[in-house]
Design a protein around this ligand. Structure first.
Ligand code: XMP
Length: 317
């Protein structure tokens, strides 16, 4: 029978044999998968694991620094790289979701590759790929139709010429969480909702600007904090806010306003392949919409997304 303890023992032993004294580079994302992969490899080879955590400027509010601190606290050999401006420059003028994904993916690979080259004599690239990623990349990207080009599978540019090690390739999400828990992974990372690689970049519909990122980070932060305070966060598989590319008329005092609309999304799901919209309590919706409209300058309207997948997808882009 599968248990996290035996999985850890066997995997660590296998990694030690496979990797020996080789150096390994791994991109941390702040999510469960890459964190657990890093912990396993760190347990096997210690300082020979070099982790890189890139700030693409599209993370949640304050997340880059918080997560970087956590990783350092865990003893990981991690380098934080703030490349926000470079991502914003690459995204400048782009509106199409797939163009934005490609720009973000390409910039990530450029930054990651530059950082990896600073480490002398790296042989391996480690990835936190889990079993559903393998399936999803097959089913979402068929031979002739790409619904959304997820770039976290097979993201190895051939100029890197590194061998790939993926210790979680056979695991489902709940198993990854169990392994993480057994390894002592911090609860804030362990229970964190899935978050897409392109981050807020695909939740700002249309063109991305640093100002829109700031607005959405504020909204998202109030929303996620609220979910935690109301004890709803762990009931939900994934939640986030979307900044819509339209403005609506409102009134504040005796002034007319003409400002942005945000949509809130929360879904339950097992693996992200299908999802149901979550019935947020009215009390919560009342509280959170007031907070958002009163505190976030530039937003005067909040709506709730009541679409399930299929036929909608979880993200709007
Ligand atoms: P959709 O929107 O396709 O999302 O229903 C299913 C799950 O995948 C995440 N997602 C992405 N993850 N890169 C990623 O790493 C992407 O481009 C991407 N697009 C969607 C989404 O957040 C959800 O968990």
């Amino acid at each position: 029978d599968w248990t996290p303890t035996t999985f850890i023992e066997e995997t660590v032993e296998g990694l030690q044999q496979q990797l020996g004294n080789d150096k390994v580079v791994l991109g941390l994302s702040g999510g469960v998968d890459s964190s657990v992969a890093a912990m396993l490899i760190h347990k096997a080879i210690g300082k020979n694991l070099y982790c890189i955590f890139v700030n693409n400027g599209l993370l949640r509010k304050g997340e880059f620094q918080e997560v970087l601190d956590q990783y350092q606290h865990m003893g990981l050999n991690v380098r934080g790289v703030d490349a926000s401006e470079r991502f914003y420059a690459a995204l400048h003028g782009l509106k199409d979701p797939e163009d934005k994904r490609k720009a973000i993916g390409r910039t990530f690979i450029e930054v990651f590759d530059e950082e990896a080259h600073r480490i002398e004599g790296v042989d391996w690239l480690a990835q936190g790929t889990i079993y559903p990623d393998v399936i999803e990349s097959v089913s979402v990207t068929g031979p002739s139709v790409t619904i959304k080009s997820h770039h976290n599978v097979g993201g190895l540019p051939d100029f890197m010429k590194l061998k790939v090690v993926e210790p979680l390739r056979s695991l489902f999400k709940d198993e990854v969480r169990l392994v993480g828990k057994t390894l002592g992974l911090d609860l804030t990372i362990l229970r964190r909702h899935p978050f897409p690689g392109p981050g807020l970049g695909i939740r700002i519909l249309g063109e991305i600007t640093p100002e829109k990122v700031r607005i959405l980070q504020e909204v998202d932060d109030l929303y996620v904090r609220g979910l935690k305070e109301f004890g709803l966060y762990d009931e939900i598989w994934q939640a986030g806010a979307i900044l819509l590319p339209i403005q609506s008329v409102g009134v504040m005092g005796d002034e007319r306003t003409y400002e942005a609309v945000v949509a809130l999304r929360a879904v339950t799901s097992v693996d992200g392949m299908t999802a149901d919209w979550y019935p947020l309590p009215y009390e919560f919706m009342r509280e959170i919409s007031n907070q958002i409209i009163n505190r976030v300058k530039g937003v005067n309207r909040v709506v709730y997304d009541i679409s399930s997948k299929p036929p909608a997808t979880i993200e709007w882009e």
